[in-house]
Design a protein around this ligand. Structure first.
Ligand SMILES: NC(=O)c1ccc[n+]([C@@H]2O[C@H](COP(=O)([O-])OP(=O)(O)OC[C@H]3O[C@@H](n4cnc5c(N)ncnc54)[C@H](OP(=O)(O)O)[C@@H]3O)[C@@H](O)[C@H]2O)c1
Length: 286
């Protein structure tokens, strides 16, 4: 039995669909935070567990009969490391044999990406748990890029703070498929750390060029100080903590932390991952 958390989210949900596509008889338990979020799973033959990273007893209950665990990193702000630590402890208590964790590219304690520290600490907890593991160190989602591009098609400019750094963006759907490849053949991925990237990386100047080509509109990239970026996010109505997180993402990109290409995703998929050019074409073509 495989327990998948974040099952109601994009990555966890797509991982379940890929697992079922590979083997419709896969034994899967989907963890959601509230019953109504899991109503579609029963029709797919997926068991439901109700649980929250912040509620230890709910996790212990969810792990009953589970051998393999996909820990999708939490989207709840606050101490994400403590949330993940709860899940790892509950997995250990229930004799789970293998944890697959969705971490971040390069996972290191000195990252400028604020949530990167939580990922690093979670990786350490998993390694110290004595449970076999596979760490999927995902680069930034290409799916996240339209939020950064914002209204550039109307304004003619992308305002961001990653300087001239190249950044590797990969399609979340490819990452979900890679999760399913690993989960369905778990003994071949014991105690491995995978850097999950697409096959290319681009600066925001190049991304603006691609958008211009796709849309036929002249779009430029304007590099702004990270403090101005954070102010814009707050003006847009987002909380300060979100602005801080977003600022740290831009800073991590600018520092070259995502200027990286690794062939693992291509190997797991057995084909080339989606290139950012094709991803953007799909989103922005008329
Ligand atoms: N690499 C990247 O560029 C990137 C970008 C954004 C996020 N991420 C990380 O990757 C994760 C998966 O991405 P995604 O696109 O699938 O995000 P998503 O669609 O927002 O899904 C996040 C999932 O986490 C669940 N969750 C949140 N807090 C929880 C808690 N306290 N206990 C149990 N479950 C909880 C949510 O449950 P509900 O459905 O109940 O809300 C949701 O199902 C995110 O959570 C985040 O950590 C990575």
């Amino acid at each position: 039995m495989i327990l998948i958390t974040g099952a109601n989210g994009h990555l966890g949900g797509a991982t379940i669909d890929f697992l079922l596509k590979k083997n419709p008889n896969s034994k899967i338990k989907a963890l959601v935070r509230a019953e109504e979020k899991g109503k579609d799973f029963k029709a797919k033959g997926v068991e439901l567990a109700i649980g929250d990273y912040l509620n230890y007893d709910s996790l212990v209950n969810a792990f009953k009969g589970v051998e393999t665990f996909l820990l999708v990193s939490s989207s709840t702000m606050g101490d994400r490391h403590a949330q993940h630590a709860n899940a790892i402890k509950a997995a250990k208590q229930n004799g789970v044999k293998h944890i697959v964790y969705t971490s971040v590219l390069g996972g290191n304690p000195n990252s400028k990406f604020s949530a990167g520290i939580d990922h690093y600490k979670t990786e350490e907890d998993i390694k110290n748990s004595g449970i076999a593991y596979t760490i999927m160190r995902n680069t930034y989602y290409a799916d996240f890029l339209p939020d950064i591009i914002g209204n550039a098609l109307e304004s003619g400019a992308i305002y961001y703070s990653s300087g001239n750094a190249k950044i590797n963006f990969a399609a979340r759907i490819n990452m979900a498929e890679a999760n399913a490849v690993v989960l369905s053949d778990i003994t071949n991925h014991q105690n491995k750390i995978y850097e999950i990237t697409s096959g290319s990386k681009y600066t925001f100047d190049e991304i603006a060029g691609m958008l211009s080509e796709i849309t036929g509109k002249q779009i430029k990239y304007v590099d702004i100080p990270v403090e101005a970026l954070k102010e814009n996010i707050i003006k847009f109505g987002m909380p300060k903590e979100v602005a801080e997180l977003m600022g740290s993402i831009a800073e991590s990109m600018k520092a070259g932390e995502f200027d990286f290409i690794d062939p693992t995703l291509e190997k797991l998929l057995g084909r080339k991952p989606v290139d950012l050019k094709d991803f953007l074409l799909n989103v922005y073509k008329k």
